[in-house]
Structures are given as structure tokens and as C-alpha cells.
Design a protein around this ligand. Structure first.
Ligand code: C2E
Ligand code: MG
Ligand code: MG
Length: 640
């Protein structure tokens, strides 16, 4: 019997009982009220009973209808609630970002949601009726799927990472949960799989790993990864008894590009250099950017040093072509330090350090070249340490000397000035040229004391000449580029000028092109302050550095000294001749004096005179010599 009919019977019995009770009690009341009065006729009593009975039946019927109505209402409400619950479940099913797939117990897909369609790229029609194996990526072996089924069998569920394939063919990772659904008898009726596409998370994880090991600008391995690769290469070389080589590449004067053209252009150039390096070195090579403008190439199974040298030459050649940056052709050269395993180092760190020493050697040798790290270099380093301590003593023991080299006016041949050049009278080794100790002095900081001493000596000497009636236009003193940007220089120069009483107009300070071109603001400020003292400024070795004409225009200099390297080729070498002519024209157009050094032959002097070079200096006029040996009258004839 259903619940509602049981309710109706209970209600009918209860109502029938109550009606009977009411009927009997009404009869009793009527009987006792009219008892003995004979006022109540039998007919009236009958009427009363019939009325009571009728109203009882009517009430019963109304109540029964009401019950049925109320029962129906409850059923309807329950149905509506069920429908609402289903609608909500459907909405969740469809709105969830996770893909949902329902298959029957035999694995046939019976239901999928909208997210599945979006993630996989298949329409519901393409999926329904088929099996989940249609999404297989081929990345997992049979044992993987066996483990999934076993977990479903034993525990009723499985979750984990799985790689599947989209309709487009792309494979991607999912995080998936599968659950077996059982019926009332506990038999599996369906399987529900819920999954999310974790390819974005995976990608950011891989990106993070990549970022830790790669330089974001060039996408080349960074120092961390490079060192790791070098360790591996060394281990391999040790096992297979073969060598490997490391090339440390540093761009020359890159800072100038950054300062003059901006960091964006600098970045683009670095990227282009990285691309170019990578394009020539294929498998068995690792090209990395170690930071700034420093790149490195690791060559595995590089048996001989000669092979590494060939590679270095290849890199130098490679850099010669213009780099198209921001639609502008840019030129940049490089210096390379080479260190090889097992000859120069026994571990990666040592290999890098030694390549760095070799790089320093290459830079000191004038850039755009390569240098090897060899035992010889180590010996050289030891020698440098000895020289440094000797040099300290030399200053105390007054072993330094100032030599003066004459400078002639090319049009009159007359000696009009001198350049002060330092010498070291070494007690054992004899007279040493600056090339033997200036680089050491620069590295140890002793250069400040040396330059200060030479400056003072030169000013005193000039004063002495003046008082003995020898009137020169200038005495030129070299200032190290290491010192040039330091604030102490200004104090030093002004103190020396005051102490010696020399007319500042007779003093000329020579600075190298790199010192004034590289450090933008500081060098410029220093030059203006020095100029304000009333002295003259000259750019030494002009043409060997990396000059920007824009920068040159801003510099408060009065003279360009053409480097002797260009003079050496005169007059035959067409390139040198063209460069010298161009520098003379440039200096004249900018209102600067032009001075050629290293004149060893009369033909060179003639060429320079023909092209209106103002001043000349070189062995042909006179070598550097002690002050008292200078011949003031000497004016060798340039024209026959
Ligand atoms: P620099 O300033 O360019 O000086 C010219 C150098 O060329 C001198 O070399 C000079 O002897 C040499 N020279 C001159 N004429 C000829 C020639 O006809 N043929 C050849 N082959 N060479 C010639 P030095 O005296 O050996 O000086 C070398 C460099 O050392 C100088 O180049 C200068 O940069 C530096 N130096 C010299 N004295 C000082 C100093 O007191 N302080 C600093 N910081 N540097 C100095
Ligand atoms: Mg000089
Ligand atoms: Mg010079």
C-alpha cells in the first residue's frame, strides 16, 4: 500500500470514529433534554440524526479531498526540488573549468561537459560513444594504464598527472581524478573522470628552470649553466683522454656604444653578437653569455691549442661584418682569452679564471686579438709582482728619470716643444722604457705617484729652461687613463703649477683616446676643470681607440696626436695615408692642432708637411733624451 492511501484510510477511520462519538453524544443530549416532555416527535428526532449523518459524510468527503490535494502538493514540491537540484548539478557540470567525462562500465563515453570540449578541441558528437583511449598521447607505456586500472579496481579511484593529446595533435599534461560509481548492488555502473589542463603551470615551471640557467636577453646559457657544462666536458675529457678549450670573448669598447647610442641599442647588439656566435658554433660547442659584454665558447674534444687558436681567429673574423641594429650598421671588435684543458687548468673554475687572465693579456696587447693562457703567462704574472715591489723601492731610491723628446714645427722645422717620457734606471737591468713598468704601475696604483713626480719634474725643468733663455711653446706630460678621471688629478696639477710657478699655458697634458671617450661625464668635467686652470689638453695615440665624432666635438681639447702606427706606413701604405689625411682634415675642420708622432724617415715628414700637419715628433727629429742633451738649434730640413 502506498503512503498516501494509508494516510487516507487512517483519516477515514479516525473521522468515522469521531462522527460516531458525536452522533451518540448528540442523541444522548437530545434524549436527556426532551425526556418526558413528549415535545420532541420521532420525526424530529429522525431529522436530527439524518442531518448529523449528512453533515458528517460531507465533512468526511471535504476532508478526503483536502488530504488528497495536500498529498499531491507535497509530491509536486518534492519533484520541483529534485528538478532544481538536477539543474544546479547540470550547471556545475557545464560551468566547471575542469573537463568531465562519464563513461559506462565498459568504458564507452556517455557524457562530457563543455570544458572537455574546450580543452580537447573535440565536439561532443565526436567523443560520445567512443573510448577515453582516443585521447592517448603515446607518452605513457602500457604499464602506466595498467597501474591506473589496478587502482580503480582496488580503491575505486585514481589521480595523477597524465599526458593526453588534443584534436590538434598537440600533447599536453592533465591532472586527472577518476572515480568508479557503483549502483545499489555495489556493481560498477560508471566511471567519472575530472581533469584540468596543467600545461600553463608546467610551462611556467619550465620557464622558471630555463630562466635560472639562461640569459634572458640572448637566450644563451648563463654562467651557472656554462660552468656546469664545462665541468661535464672536463669529466668527459678526463675519461676519454682528450682535451677541451675555453674561449672568453669580450667586446671592445662596448661601454661607448651603450653610452652614446643607449642601452636599447646596446642590448640589440649583444643579442646580435650572441646569434652570430651561435650560428657558427654547432654541436659539441656551448656558447654562453657570462654577463655584460662577455661571451664564452666551450669547445669539447678540442685536441690541440692550435685548434683553439683557429677558433679564436674565426670569432675575430666573424665580428668584422657590420651588425644590423635598429636598421643601422654597427661595428664592434672583440678580444679573446684562451685557456685549454688539461694544459692550463684541471677544473672548470680554473679554466675560466685562466681564460680571464689571457683575456686581460689580449686587451693589454691592444684589443681586437686573442691571447693564450700558458705557463709563460704565469711566469709573467710572477714577474709583475716582482716589478711592483721593485718599483716601490725605485721611487724611494730616486731611480726614475724624465727624458724629453723634441717636437718640431713641420713648416719651419724648429724645435718648439718637448714631451716628457719617464724612464727607470734599474740598478741591475739598466735603463727601462715605460712599457716595462707602466702597466704594472697602473695595476698596483703606483702610477699616481709616478705621474705626479714626472709632472713636477717637467714643470721644474720648463721653468729652468725659461730662466736660461730657452723659450719653448709647451712641455707635454702623459697622464695615465687610470688617473685621468680621479678628482686628485685636478688638485695635483693645480698644486704643481702653483709650487713651480710655471705659466699654465706652457703645460700640455696628454690623455689617451680611450680615457676620454669611455667615461662620459666624469672625464668631460675633469677636462673642463683642467682647462679652466689655463693649460692645454691633447688626445694621444689618436686613431687607436674608438672615437665618436660627436663626443670629440664636446671635448675641450686643443690637439690631436696621430698615433705612430699610422705614421709608420707613410707614404706607401694607402690605408695609413688615407687615415692620416682624414685625421689632419678632421682636426683642422674642428680648429684643433694636429701632431704626428713616430716620424722615423724624412719621407714621412714630407708627406705630413704636404698635408699640412702642424707638428712632428720622432726618431728622425730626435729620440727621447735627458734634458741637458737636447739640441735647441737642430732644425733638420724636410724639403731637399
Ligand atoms: P707616447 O705618449 O705615445 O709616447 C711616444 C712613445 O713613442 C715614446 O715611447 C717614444 O719613445 C716613442 N717614439 C717616439 N718617436 C718614435 C719613433 O720615431 N719611432 C718609434 N718606434 N717610437 C717612437 P716610450 O718613451 O717608450 O713611451 C711609451 C709610452 O709610455 C708613451 O707613449 C706613454 O703612453 C707612456 N708613458 C711614457 N711616459 C709616461 C709617464 O710619465 N706617465 C704615463 N702615464 N705614461 C707614460
Ligand atoms: Mg704621449
Ligand atoms: Mg702617443
Amino acid at each position: 500500500m502506498s503512503v498516501s492511501s494509508r494516510d487516507a484510510l487512517r483519516a477515514a477511520l479516525m473521522y468515522g470514529g469521531l462522527s460516531l462519538l458525536w452522533l451518540l453524544s448528540t442523541d444522548y443530549l437530545l434524549t436527556s433534554y426532551f425526556d418526558g416532555s413528549e415535545q420532541l416527535t420521532r420525526w424530529q428526532r429522525m431529522n436530527g440524526y439524518i442531518w448529523v449523518l449528512f453533515s458528517a459524510v460531507m465533512i468526511f468527503l471535504v476532508r478526503a479531498r483536502l488530504f488528497r490535494f495536500l498529498g499531491d502538493g507535497a509530491d509536486l514540491k518534492r519533484q520541483r526540488e529534485d528538478q532544481e537540484r538536477l539543474r544546479q548539478a547540470g550547471a556545475v557540470f557545464d560551468c566547471t573549468r575542469e573537463g568531465v567525462l562519464v563513461s559506462d562500465r565498459s568504458g564507452v563515453i556517455v557524457h562530457v561537459n563543455r570544458a572537455l570540449v574546450e580543452i580537447t578541441g573535440y565536439t561532443p558528437e565526436e567523443v560520445l560513444g567512443r573510448r577515453p583511449s582516443m585521447f592517448k598521447s603515446g607518452r605513457h607505456g602500457p604499464e602506466f594504464y595498467q597501474a591506473v586500472f589496478k587502482s580503480l579496481q582496488d580503491h575505486g579511484d585514481w589521480h595523477g598527472e597524465i599526458w593526453n593529446r588534443r584534436k590538434s595533435g598537440e600533447i599536453y599534461p592533465q591532472w586527472q581524478t577518476v572515480r568508479a560509481i557503483t549502483d545499489a548492488k555495489g556493481q560498477v555502473s560508471h566511471y567519472v573522470a575530472v581533469f584540468s589542463d596543467i600545461s600553463a603551470i608546467k610551462k611556467s615551471q619550465t620557464d622558471l628552470v630555463r630562466l635560472a640557467h639562461h640569459d634572458p636577453l640572448t637566450d644563451l646559457p648563463n654562467r651557472l649553466l656554462f660552468t656546469d657544462r664545462a665541468e661535464q666536458a672536463l669529466a668527459f675529457s678526463r675519461r676519454h683522454n682528450c682535451g677541451c678549450a675555453l674561449l672568453l670573448i669580450d667586446l671592445d669598447h662596448f661601454k661607448i656604444i651603450n653610452d652614446s647610442l643607449g642601452h636599447n641599442v646596446g642590448d640589440l647588439l649583444l643579442k646580435a653578437v650572441g646569434d652570430r656566435l651561435q650560428s657558427v658554433f654547432g654541436k659539441n660547442f656551448t656558447v654562453a653569455r657570462l654577463g655584460g659584454d662577455e661571451f664564452a665558447v666551450l669547445a669539447e674534444s678540442c685536441a690541440q691549442v692550435a685548434q683553439a687558436v683557429v677558433m679564436a681567429q674565426q670569432v675575430l673574423e666573424l665580428m668584422k661584418g657590420a651588425f644590423e641594429v635598429d636598421k643601422h650598421p654597427l661595428f664592434v671588435s672583440a678580444s679573446i682569452g684562451i685557456s685549454v684543458f688539461p694544459g692550463d687548468a684541471l677544473n672548470a673554475e680554473q679554466l675560466l679564471r685562466n681564460a680571464d687572465s689571457a683575456l686581460f693579456k689580449a686587451k693589454s696587447a691592444g684589443r681586437e686579438g686573442y691571447a693564450l693562457y700558458t705557463e709563460e703567462l704565469t711566469t709573467h704574472a710572477q714577474y709583475r709582482v716582482e716589478v711592483a715591489s721593485d718599483l716601490r723601492r725605485a721611487l724611494e731610491r730616486h731611480e726614475l728619470r724624465v727624458f724629453y723628446q723634441p717636437v718640431h714645427d713641420l713648416s719651419t722645422s724648429r724645435l718648439i716643444g718637448v714631451e716628457a717620457l719617464v724612464r727607470w734606471e734599474h740598478p741591475q737591468r739598466g735603463l727601462l722604457a715605460p712599457g716595462e713598468f707602466i702597466p704594472v704601475a697602473e695595476r698596483t696604483g703606483l702610477i699616481a705617484e709616478i705621474d705626479a713626480w714626472v709632472l713636477e719634474q717637467a714643470c721644474l725643468q720648463m721653468k729652468q729652461w725659461q730662466s736660461s733663455g730657452i723659450h719653448l711653446s709647451f712641455v707635454a706630460v702623459n697622464i695615465s687613463s687610470r688617473l685621468f678621471t680621479r678628482p686628485e688629478l685636478y688638485t695635483l696639477v693645480s698644486t704643481v703649477l702653483t709650487d713651480t710657478g710655471l705659466d699654465p699655458a706652457l703645460l700640455e697634458l696628454e690623455v689617451t683616446e680611450s680615457a676620454v671617450m669611455e667615461d662620459s661625464h666624469v672625464a668631460l668635467e675633469q677636462m673642463h676643470r683642467l682647462r679652466a686652470l689655463g693649460l692645454r689638453l691633447a688626445i694621444d695615440d689618436f686613431g687607436t681607440g674608438f672615437s665618436s665624432l660627436l663626443r670629440l666635438k664636446q671635448l675641450p681639447v686643443q690637439k690631436l696626436k696621430i698615433d705612430q702606427g699610422f705614421v709608420a706606413g707613410l707614404p706607401e701604405d694607402n690605408d695609413d695615408a688615407a687615415i692620416v689625411r682624414a685625421v689632419i682634415a678632421l682636426a683642422q675642420s674642428m680648429g684643433l692642432q694636429v701632431h704626428a708622432e713616430g716620424i722615423e724617415q724624412v719621407e714621412q715628414a714630407q708627406f705630413l708637411l704636404d698635408f699640412n700637419c702642424d707638428l712632428g715628433q720622432g726618431y728622425w727629429f730626435g729620440r727621447p733624451m735627458p734634458a741637458k742633451e737636447l739640441d735647441w738649434q737642430r732644425a733638420p730640413a724636410i724639403r731637399p
